[in-house]
Unconditional design. Structure first.
Length: 598
């Protein structure tokens, strides 16, 4: 084992350089093994019960971190060299392992030249496996014209060369693997195509580079040759949760009251019968709901599809509502929120106060981010767990980090929002995104783009862009968390914009001070004013096909896009028209700017 002294930021060990990811370090190409290889002495445990309860049985552990000079006992992470095949910059010879010098591995060729990792590796189309391309086997197969009988019997395993030819331009056709033993030459252009490796008889061994392939691990899916640094080689599945008191949503409290009522069993027994409606009316009057709700619960209705992210957000939404009701927060701890409400008598524009209900200055919040696993090649491929260790009594380890910070919470008016999102033009506009999301396999992992989500998500982007000028934080340092779902037991309508750092003392307060209504409302109006005119107008505002996979409507880099690491959906599901209006589509705030300017 060779120690390479190089530091990664703690957050990078979750994504983009988490378990299973390829990392380029000081000319080396390395891959991070799963957490069963971690030395637990260097990995402190992190506590976040509400996140762990959604991930499943296991333990959250922070990757090792240190400050200062590296020493023998310094905490470190293990990495495997991958790909194992390399070529020499000086003599162009291909080799599968590095050389030894006084018992230690060194990344040098016998001629003294530096070894460079091969550009291409093989990924499994559906199994999320990755492996080296067996270059000797590949170089001696194919349909080149110079095939001779000697190719079949070539044993020159150490005589491969990575050569370049100027006769075929600058593309892959100019890069060749040449065997000096049998004189066979094959260009890298023959790697192109999803069937190229399969035609050559190269099969997936069903493992990750740090695992030993066996006959039992063989995979039936086809391999595809991809560049080593391709983004599709690593698609992480991570979850984050705010460390808050897990409040019971109001719908759950109501459901408990209904189910515990002395007459509820009679409604269940006679559901659909003549007495059911009468008894349901009695229960509804006592608990403060409708008879329809009681009957639906008795028939087994109101079941919500299980979703880890939305389940976490439901608890957070309930906690925020409780904090907003109590005004000034003197509770201390890791979740401190001062609540402010907006009254109808406010001097602010009516178009603004109709859409908003209350604000929260999040003075302190703790966020825990954990890596559940990863996929390769395709978002629809199999999920590889972060811990591939042997099953048994051992609890699996999830890589996790904790961040402390501050933020701003905005709650929108449910009545105004519901009225607006029922407008036929609004429904039709959002349906464009819903149809595209349904037609793309990997897009099912994105939230449902109902009108309220798209509008509130876009408002969050506008505000982040504006806060970057006023808060002292760059837009890449700000994160969003959108609570906007109408198909949950408790309808949610709010956004949280926050920043967090790995230091236990948190951040410096530049964001939370802007959460007071006297500062936040002018910032919000300024953000909407900025977005009203885009440098790409009229093309942008009239567009309904922008961004990755056309999953944005009227939204581009000139008006709505922010750093992808700050956005929950990677800069997708955005539309200015649903916020500011356009054409026949009424925006959520389309009257605001007219009122302010008047």
């Amino acid at each position: 084992m060779e120690r390479i002294v190089h530091d990664l930021r703690l957050s990078e060990t979750i994504t983009p350089f988490g378990v299973g990811a390829i990392v380029d370090v000081l000319g080396e190409s390395l891959i991070a093994p799963d957490t069963s290889w971690w030395n637990r002495k260097y990995t402190p445990e992190i506590s976040c019960d509400r996140l762990l309860s959604r991930l499943g049985p296991g333990v959250l552990r922070q990757p090792p971190a240190h400050a200062g000079r590296a020493a023998r006992e310094t905490a470190y992470l293990l990495y495997w060299r991958f790909p194992a095949w390399r070529f020499c910059e000086q003599c162009t010879k291909l080799s599968q392992i590095t050389n030894r010098n006084k018992g230690r591995w060194v990344n040098r060729c016998e001629c003294g030249g530096k070894l460079v990792p091969m550009r291409y590796v093989a990924t499994c189309a559906k199994g999320s496996h990755i492996q080296d391309i067996p270059w000797f086997k590949w170089a001696h197969r194919g349909h080149s014209t110079d095939v001779t009988d000697s190719v079949r019997f070539c044993r020159a395993y150490t005589e491969l060369r990575f050569t370049r030819s100027s006769r075929h331009g600058e593309g892959l056709a100019s890069l060749n693997i040449h065997c000096t033993g049998c004189k066979r030459t094959r260009p890298l252009s023959e790697l192109a195509g999803s069937e190229s490796l399969h035609r050559d008889g190269i099969r997936c061994n069903g493992t990750q580079p740090w695992q030993d392939p066996t006959r039992e691990t063989a995979c039936e899916h086809k391999l595809t040759a991809v560049q080593r640094g391709a983004t599709g080689n690593y698609i992480s599945e991570q979850y984050s949760a705010l460390d808050i008191p897990e409040e019971v949503p109001r719908s759950a409290e109501l459901a408990d009251k209904i189910r515990s009522h002395v007459y509820f069993e009679k409604v269940v027994a006679d559901n659909g019968g003549p007495q059911a409606e009468i008894v349901a009316g009695w229960i509804a009057e006592e608990v403060g709901t409708t008879a329809t709700e009681v009957l639906a619960m008795a028939s087994g209705g109101n079941q919500v599809e299980d979703d880890t992210v939305l389940d976490l957000k439901d608890g957070e939404w309930a906690a925020f509502l409780k904090k907003l009701e109590h005004g000034r927060d003197d509770s201390g701890g890791n979740f401190v929120v001062d609540g402010w409400s907006i009254s109808d008598e406010s001097t602010w524009p009516r178009a603004l106060t109709r859409a908003l209900t209350s604000f929260g200055q999040v003075r302190r919040v703790r966020e825990v981010r954990a890596l559940k696993g990863f996929r390769r090649h395709d978002g629809d491929a199999d999920l590889i767990k972060a811990d591939l260790g042997p099953d048994g009594n051992r609890r699996p380890i999830y890589p996790a980090i904790e961040m402390f910070g501050e933020g701003i919470f905005i709650r929108f008016n449910e009545e105004t929002l519901s009225e607006w999102e029922r407008t036929p033009e609004v429904v039709g506009r959002a349906a464009i995104l819903e149809d595209r999301r349904a037609s793309i396999q990997w897009a099912s992992r994105l939230p449902k783009p109902e009108p309220r989500f798209v509008a509130l998500h876009t408002v969050a982007h506008f505000l982040i862009r504006r806060l970057a000028f006023a808060s002292g934080y760059s837009s890449a340092s700000l994160q969003e968390r959108v609570y906007a779902h109408s198909d949950r037991p408790d309808r949610t309508a709010g956004i949280l914009i926050y920043t967090a750092a790995g230091d236990a003392q948190g951040t410096l307060g530049g964001l939370v001070r802007l959460g007071h209504p006297d500062k936040l409302l002018p910032l919000l109006m300024a953000a909407l004013g900025d977005a009203d005119v885009c440098s790409n107008d009229p093309v942008c505002i009239e567009s309904d096909r922008q961004g990755s996979s056309a999953l944005n409507l009227s939204a581009c880099h000139g008006c709505a896009l922010i750093s992808e690491t700050s956005c929950e959906t990677g800069n997708r599901l955005l539309d200015r028209q649903l916020v500011l209006g356009g054409g026949s589509v009424p925006g959520l705030f389309d009257r605001l700017l007219e009122e302010v300017r008047a």
